[in-house]
Design a binder for this molecule. Structure first.
Ligand code: GDP
Length: 478
């Protein structure tokens, strides 16, 4: 059932404009009068931290995210943790070291396989799930698909290197997702390590750690020696307790696809993370637009699993096709229903692609015709030197008026990277390159996402072009 942004805002007792803004951040350009689909509505509801019940559920759609589980059915579930940070700061080493603390793996003699996520049992018997695809690209892509699986981000900063560009990116992505962060100051075993300097430099990014009387937990670790790992796990558990993470384990399962691939021998395989309910061998399900039946499940230690409770990552066999990371797996009661739902989702996806493709400047223009009051013109800026970047920033901000504002999603110095393109594409923003060009990987991404690129080497030509585009939106009469 479709609902307009304004209606949804009313039901949530929020301002319509705030919803529009939130959607903009998720890469959707709509006005308050536009109708949105259920998936999008649900995203907004969770984004604003509300619970709403779906009014009239279509018989066919089974997006169960709206039927909220009653409080008394909820049980504490393990936290899901993602590790982010600058390249070479030790994300992979830390993931390996944390995996090494798993008491179950110790017992089982542990042959481990990479499947996108793993779970450890701590000495105290608590469970913690780690997504083992480090980096913010995976995190942001999942989020763009509406799959917010991460409860806690561990930001790794090497104590000998300090805050680096990708550290800042990770901070921005984490903040945008509203996920709490724990700072792990790594490589503390190195003689040149300076943890205090890391804490001080974090202040510049509004991260105030406990040590500086803030409320972000921090811990000094060494992925190499294992120092501080227990403390890191304790802090994760403490944060999890504060978040009161709960799910109803006694119902049919909903799960999120973390990773999927086609195995030559086994066919399509997907690693899923159960969000609620318990996934069982024999369950019939829909995942994305594919259907299937759970033939077998394995955990990250290669053990056969018959039942997967919330937050346990499992590899599932028995899919009809290869789904995408971020797809939702939902258990249904019959194959007939699985087919119906798969078909319905397929139609929805097609309709959505045409109606709600990530906002491009074009869709933004038409959104404007819907009399939206203040519209933002999103842009990503990359320049060869700091001075030009600042000058462009200022010049573009000066173009803003009451009706249309330039919104700089990010600005930086250096070649245009894949991460710049992902960010721009998520918001349908053009990338402005001032005396810089995309690197090879970024070029591929530009092709794929059809991100508009504006290359300039004279600032006033650049501002003139953008002014023209903005004026084009409003027409000469304004
Ligand atoms: P990633 O790129 O963030 O995944 O970083 P890696 O885990 O690959 O680590 C990069 C390099 O730093 C590797 O050579 C690691 O051996 C080294 N390294 C990681 N953690 C530590 C640590 O705590 N102490 C020391 N001395 N070296 C580390």
């Amino acid at each position: 059932e479709a609902i307009t942004v304004q209606e949804l805002a009313n039901r949530m007792a929020e301002k319509g404009a705030d919803l529009v803004k939130a959607m903009f951040k998720m890469g959707m350009m709509v006005t308050v009068n536009q109708t949105i689909d259920q998936d999008t509505a649900e995203l907004l509801v969770t984004e604003f931290g509300h619970n709403i019940e779906r009014v009239s559920e279509s018989d066919i759609d089974l997006d169960t995210s709206y039927d909220v589980d009653a409080d008394e059915t909820l049980k504490t579930r393990p936290p899901v943790v993602t590790i982010m940070g600058h390249v070479d700061h030790g994300k992979t080493s830390l993931l390996d070291a944390l995996r090494g603390t798993d008491v179950v793996r110790g017992e089982a003699g542990g042959i481990t396989q990479h499947m996108g996520a793993y779970q450890i049992k701590t000495k105290g018997g608590d469970l913690v799930t780690f997504l083992d695809t480090p980096g913010h690209a995976a995190f942001t892509q999942m989020r763009m698909r509406g799959a917010n699986v991460t409860d806690i981000v561990v930001l790794v900063v090497a104590a000998d290197d300090g805050i680096m560009p990708q550290t800042v990116e990770a901070i921005n992505h984490t903040k945008a997702a509203g996920v709490p962060m724990i700072v792990a100051i790594n490589k503390i075993d190195k003689p040149e390590a300076n943890a205090q300097k890391v804490r001080e430099r974090l202040l510049e990014h509004e991260i105030v750690v406990e040590d500086m009387s803030g409320d972000v937990q921090d811990v000094e670790v060494s992925a190499k020696t294992g120092a501080g790992l227990d403390e890191l796990i304790e802090k994760i558990l403490l944060q999890a307790e504060l978040l009161e993470l709960k799910a109803n384990p006694d119902r049919t399962a909903d799960a999120t696809v973390i990773e999927a691939k086609l195995d030559k021998g086994k066919g399509p395989l997907a690693t899923v993370l159960v969000r609620r309910g318990t996934l069982k061998v024999g369950d019939i399900f829909v995942v994305g637009t594919e259907s299937g039946r759970v033939r077998a499940m394995h955990d990250d230690k290669g053990r056969q699993i018959k039942e997967a409770p919330p937050a346990l990552p499992v590899e599932v066999l028995g899919l009809g096709g290869v789904p995408m990371a971020g797809d939702m797996l939902s258990v249904v009661e019959s194959e007939q229903r699985a087919r119906e739902v798969a078909l319905y989702r397929h139609e929805q996806a097609t309709a959505k692609r045409t109606a709600m493709a990530p906002a491009s400047l074009d869709t933004m223009f038409s959104a404007l015709q819907d009399k939206q009051k203040v519209i933002e013109y999103p842009v990503v800026i990359k320049a060869d030197v700091h001075g030009s970047m600042e000058a462009i920033n200022q010049a573009l901000h000066a173009l803003s008026n009451d009706e249309i504002k330039v919104r700089v999603l990010s600005s930086g110095v250096g070649a245009i990277t894949e991460s710049d393109v992902t960010l721009a594409a998520a918001s349908g923003a053009p990338i402005v390159g001032f005396n810089v060009r995309p690197n090879a990987k970024a070029r591929e991404q530009v092709e794929k996402t059809k991100t508009p690129m504006l290359y300039y080497d004279i600032i006033y030509e650049l501002t003139a072009e953008i002014a023209k585009q903005m004026a084009g939106i409003w027409g000469p009469e304004r």
